[in-house]
Design a protein around this ligand. Structure first.
Ligand SMILES: *Cc1c(COP(=O)(O)O)cnc(C)c1O
Length: 381
């Protein structure tokens, strides 16, 4: 699957993101097969990658969008996502963002607190609109992922604690401008076993059964995203195992008659189709180590520095049959600007092109201009 157009790369200014449109389309086809539209509503989590050409391909395939800011709603609408299939999430929506989202007629607000409900109610009343609300519940589930991307534990800032859900529901019930349609959950990201998702299903079953017994039913359940990808072996596993992921929900979630089930997948849709392409500036010998110094750094791909993530590193142009051991680093003035330590690579020289793999999610969109650097470009083919 990693047939890079290396000749084309040679003349381009590095670093840049390369996206494999065929792999993205194949991933979307696999996703649709595993989650037929009649059965499940899949929203793409826009925050993972907002490259307009990527968004357009996903929108053209009929998926919904999960947005966390006014800017994301704008790029989603520009790319052709249907307003009714847009959910607006986030723990800190501003007044302007709520007004904008209401004007666009988005499908649903995923709400994280009573003060937020109060503000939405105030704005909806002023605009004489009725708003669909899903309450984000913090289910207190361990996702077994990096603690910066665990979101469903009691101590996380996200969602409404179960103990406080009654109050939020009672508030909605008393407001004619708010229509409580569902509950929303999201326990974390880069989750690589189905166990946490099965636990989430059990928790949801418990919660919905308790409310059902009191005469409160929800027409939608949103289980969030978080399905992980194989960062170690991008070529062996270019498409995540969507079938077993969705089967976990089929088997474990007690779906009530008429209830729709929503998913918000980001990383699993776009990560493997993207690579950061970068040139070797120098190979530098230290006292004990050799360093490959790339022209891409943490400003172009921050995941290693931010989450101690490791992306597979590939020398695309070396013809050497021998290997050496290198630390692969960027040019930024931070020691965390390191893509890999003790990487075994073919003998590397100045000018070699490298691919930092599985960079299609939380890559380009998280790029910054720290050190007054240019933002990376992108190509798709
Ligand atoms: C980030 C996020 C997602 C997408 O997560 P992935 O791990 O990329 O699938 C979905 N829902 C919410 C609420 C999020 O914050």
């Amino acid at each position: 699957m990693s047939h890079f157009p290396i000749q084309k790369f040679r003349n381009l200014r590095t670093p840049f993101y390369y996206y494999d449109a065929d792999l993205l389309s194949a991933t979307l086809a696999a996703l649709k097969e595993a989650a037929p539209e009649k059965e499940f509503c899949v929203h793409y989590a826009i925050k993972a990658n907002t490259n307009p050409r990527i968004l357009k391909i996903i929108a053209d395939n009929g998926f919904g969008a999960d947005c966390v800011s006014e800017g994301e709603i704008r790029v989603a609408l520009d790319a052709g996502f249907e307003p009714a299939k847009i959910a607006f999430a986030g723990v800190g929506k501003s007044d302007e963002e709520i007004e904008y989202a209401i004007e666009c007629g988005i499908g649903c607000f995923n709400v994280e607190s009573v003060p937020e409900l109060e503000l939405i109610n105030e704005i909806a009343t002023k605009k004489d609109k009725t708003i669909d609300i899903a309450l984000r519940v913090n289910p207190n589930i361990e996702a077994h992922t990096h603690h910066y991307i665990t979101t469903g534990l009691k101590e996380n800032k996200f969602g409404i604690a179960l103990e406080m859900l009654d109050d939020a529901i009672a508030y909605c019930t008393g407001q004619p401008r708010l229509r409580l349609t569902g509950l929303h959950f999201h326990i974390g990201s880069q989750i690589t076993t189905n166990k946490p998702f099965a636990l989430l299903c059990e928790k949801i079953n418990e919660i919905t059964a308790q409310y059902s017994a009191r005469g409160i039913d929800f027409s939608s359940i949103n289980v969030g995203g978080g399905l992980g990808i194989d960062y170690k072996n991008p070529d062996a596993n270019p498409i995540p195992d969507f079938a077993s992921y969705f089967d976990t929900f089929r088997k474990n979630l007690k779906i009530q008659p008429g209830q729709t089930v929503h998913f918000e997948l980001g990383r699993s849709i776009v990560a493997q189709c993207g690579s950061l392409i970068t040139r070797v500036l120098y190979v530098k010998s230290g006292l004990e180590k050799k360093f490959v110094i790339l022209d891409a750094g943490m400003t172009d791909l921050i995941r290693p520095a931010l989450y101690q993530a490791h992306h597979h590193i590939q020398n695309l142009t070396s013809t050497s049959t021998e290997t050496d051991t290198y630390d692969v680093v960027g040019p930024i003035c931070e020691s965390s600007d390191c893509f890999g330590t003790d990487e075994i690579l073919p003998i590397t020289v100045r000018g070699d092109l490298f691919a930092i793999r599985s960079a299609g999610a939380y890559g380009e969109i998280m790029a910054s201009q720290y050190n007054c650097r240019k933002l990376p470009g992108s190509i798709i083919s």
